[in-house]
Design a protein around this ligand. Structure first.
Ligand code: MSP
Ligand code: ZN
Length: 703
């Protein structure tokens, strides 16, 4: 008998200010497969997650939408939970860091650290927005790099030369929030003395609680020296107030991992409060697994174990780090149309495909994982439909038609069956070690063997010969039994299919007698099955195309309500053009910061031309878009403009306007847009396209 394990598993808590995308789903799928596999083995496995609700970004995102941050967090908690369920990610609890449990735990942990003398205060100087009266996180200040002078760099590091610095060192700094020049302001901050835990961390590091490449990275950080960690933020901030202070809040990353404990604590209302200590006490003998992406290793392998130690809780058993999702070999990108949300995927494709594709890719390393869409279609169709489901579909018909749905009473080739089930121990090791890709390779090799077995015996010929009926029955019955074994092996990857197969095989449940890990040591003999219904169908390329169309950027002017500085309409590229009245012009597609000034050379690159609108049609599927045909002198072009709220298309025909003529053409959901029409105003009905007077000729340069 295997020793039963008791494990608490977490996935990183997604930020509650945006939709889940396929990058997130890679992580949830990896952890969900692991959890389902543990349960299949009969282990006790709790699985929790939730929203990461706090921080400056949350506060500002809520403000932009004119709602309270609590409301924004609630909204995304509901949306994320739905998406996760739709992907068959089976959390026992999907909670939030903005919860009473989390506040109580964060407070308790802080006080324990305080009592140990692990918290010190220091006055530090930070960038401060004098217009909005708020301290600015590094990413909220942009300016010229102090090293190489590159423009539009964030306050923490330069994307051009790679230099690291503090926001106060930037040249020509501006606040992303207001556009104002930040001032430097002093305030008192609370720090956690991480360096006191050097010894503890070094020991923990040597005990293989993470992948070797991550341990090496950590070693580098040790060598560089551990710094005290700033755990406080000044008001206004969305988070928990630090006890004993008037206006200091816990930094979002202090209470975020405590959110794992809080989500579990909340689950204990159902499973029993005594479970909390069993999983979190310093001497707990249960296991704790965190699944995270490679960008948040520092928080989980340094601060988190140190804080847990200081507060007298247990440390993680394993921090399982995965790489990042790329699509067709590149980072997901909104403008390339590869930033695909979980919802967009679900509108077009079944989650089983995604789960299988990544299971077939997942190793235990931290390499990035590519979703190559052509490979995705081919692989899923070839493996799942062509190999796996094929075994059942080619045998089931005969069992149904010729043998009244009953499997043969004996096993035709015991050696073959034993060979199949003998893979259990190696597969168990692979799934446990998160080497899903190796496991899938083994399983698909078995699927090939099963198909070869059927091909070799040709039941479709045997069935025609009355003297071979018995043999046909035994061959097909063994085929079905081999399929059952494979279904059990794939069960944690394909949970929906497993439910349908349990129904088809007429086995009561997915565990124990039916599709359990140990149940398959016994083949189903003389057993009545149900009629076969198609389990998984092939992916069509047009379904993938539909998903890409949904993800393709719909360049739209956003409404004025989302704008802080008067009548701003930002420009997607980070470039800004101003008219005399100070109205900003352009298009916004995201939250990219806007630099305050551009060089004259940058400005000179923009080719502004007078254009005559020769045709205008509403795009029915888009809220804000009008499709324009514009005459720019030498040629006529199609341009999409997000001005539907302000104009009837027919009123635009014949008007002159100004377009950016040398903007890179952009493939949008509804066609290619070759240029951009300039407009200004607060948005909604008050959006004015720029109209040169009637003497101007199409094609004239505007500068
Ligand atoms: N809120 C923090 C985590 C707090 S955990 C106490 C956070 N949130 S996140 O929404 O940005 O990311 C959540 C998880 O998704 C992280 O593990 C992150 O690494 C992962 N991923 C985000 N984008 C990803 C990809 N493109 N690819 C793979 N994983 C990605 O970080
Ligand atoms: Zn630089």
């Amino acid at each position: 008998m295997r020793k039963k394990r008791e494990i608490l598993v977490t996935s990183a808590l997604p930020y509650a200010n945006g939709s889940l995308h396929l990058g997130h789903m890679v992580e949830h799928v990896q952890s969900d497969i692991w959890v389902r596999f543990q349960r299949l083995l009969g282990n006790t496995c709790y699985f929790v997650c939730g929203e990461d609700a706090h921080g400056t970004t949350m506060m500002l995102a809520a403000e932009k939408q004119g709602i309270a941050p609590e409301a924004l967090a609630k909204h995304y908690q509901a949306e994320h939970s739905q998406d996760l369920q739709a992907f068959n990610i089976n959390y026992d609890n999907f909670y939030t860091t903005h919860s009473p449990e989390n506040e109580a735990l964060a407070t308790e942990i802080y006080q324990r650290l305080l009592r140990r003398g692990d918290i010190v205060t220091k006055t530090i100087e930070q960038a401060y927005d004098p217009v909005r009266n708020i301290f600015l996180p590094d990413r909220y200040v942009v300016g010229n790099c102090p090293k190489c002078d590159a423009a539009k760099q964030y306050g923490d590091s330069c994307e051009v030369c790679g230099a690291h610095y503090s926001p106060t060192e930037l040249k020509n700094p501006v606040s992303v929030i207001s556009g104002a020049t930040p001032i430097t302001k002093a305030s008192e901050h609370y720090f956690f003395c991480l360096e006191k835990y050097k010894q503890v961390l070094e020991t923990w590091l040597s005990q293989k609680h993470m992948q070797p490449e991550i341990a090496n990275k950590l070693q580098e950080w040790f060598t560089a020296g551990l710094q005290q960690w700033d755990i406080s933020r000044d008001a206004p901030y969305f988070g928990f107030k630090i006890p004993g202070t008037a206006d200091k809040y816990f930094y979002v990353w202090l209470d975020a991992p405590i959110g794992y404990m809080a989500s579990f604590k909340n689950l204990c209302n159902t499973i029993g409060q005594e479970q909390f200590d069993r999983f979190w006490a310093a001497d707990a003998t249960t296991e704790l697994y965190h699944f995270i992406g490679k960008d948040i290793v520092y928080f989980h392998t340094l601060f988190w174990p140190a804080i847990l130690t200081g507060a007298n809780f247990r440390k993680p058993t394993q921090v399982c780090v995965h790489g990042f999702l790329t699509v067709n070999g590149e980072k997901m990108s909104k403008s390339r149309g590869t930033f695909i949300t979980a919802r967009q995927y679900l509108q077009c494709l079944q989650p089983e495909y995604f789960r299988y594709y990544f299971a077939a890719k997942f190793g235990d390393g931290v390499d990035d994982l590519d979703l190559n869409l052509t490979d995705f279609v081919q692989r899923v169709n070839a493996d799942l439909v062509g190999k796996f489901v094929n075994i059942a579909s080619r045998c089931a018909g005969f069992i149904h038609k010729n043998f009244s749905d009953k499997l043969s009473a004996n096993c035709y080739d015991t050696d073959l069956y034993v060979h199949f089930i003998s893979k259990r121990s190696v597969l168990e090791q692979m799934f446990n070690a998160r080497q899903y890709s190796k496991a899938v390779r083994e399983i698909m090799a078995l699927a090939d063997e099963a198909n070869r077995f059927i091909d070799g015996h040709k039941p479709w010929l045997l069935i025609k010969d009355p003297s071979q009926q018995q043999l046909a029955h035994e061959v097909c019955s063994l085929g079905i039994n081999l399929f059952r074994v494979l279904m059990v092996y794939l069960q944690s990857i394909l949970p929906t299919t497993a439910v349908a197969v349990a129904e088809f095989l007429n086995v009561a449940d997915l565990a124990d007698a039916g599709l359990g890990w140990d149940a398959i040591t016994q083949p189903l003999l003389g057993h009545k099955i149900n009629e076969f219904k198609p389990l998984l169908r092939r992916i069509e390329y047009n379904e993938v195309q539909k998903m890409l169309d949904l993800a393709a950027p719909e360049t739209e002017l956003k409404s004025g309500a989302e704008v802080e500085t008067g009548t701003k309409i930002g420009v997607e590229t980070g470039t800004k053009i101003e008219t005399e009245t100070g109205t900003k012009i352009g298009v916004e597609t995201g939250m990219e910061p806007i630099a305050a000034t551009i060089s004259f050379d940058d400005f000179a690159k923009i080719d502004l031309r007078v254009a005559k609108i020769v045709n205008a049609e509403s795009v029915p599927e888009a809220n804000k878009l009008i499709k324009l045909t514009v005459d720019i002198g030498l040629e006529t072009r199609q341009v999409f403009a997000g001005i539907k709220s302000a104009y009837e298309p027919e009123d635009l025909i014949g008007k002159l306007t100004v377009v950016v003529a040398n903007l890179e053409p952009r493939k949008m959901r509804f066609g290619v847009s070759a240029g951009m029409v300039l407009a200004s105003g607060p948005g909604g009905a008050d959006l004015w396209i720029l109209e040169p007077n009637v003497q101007t000729k199409p094609g004239m340069r505007v500068k």
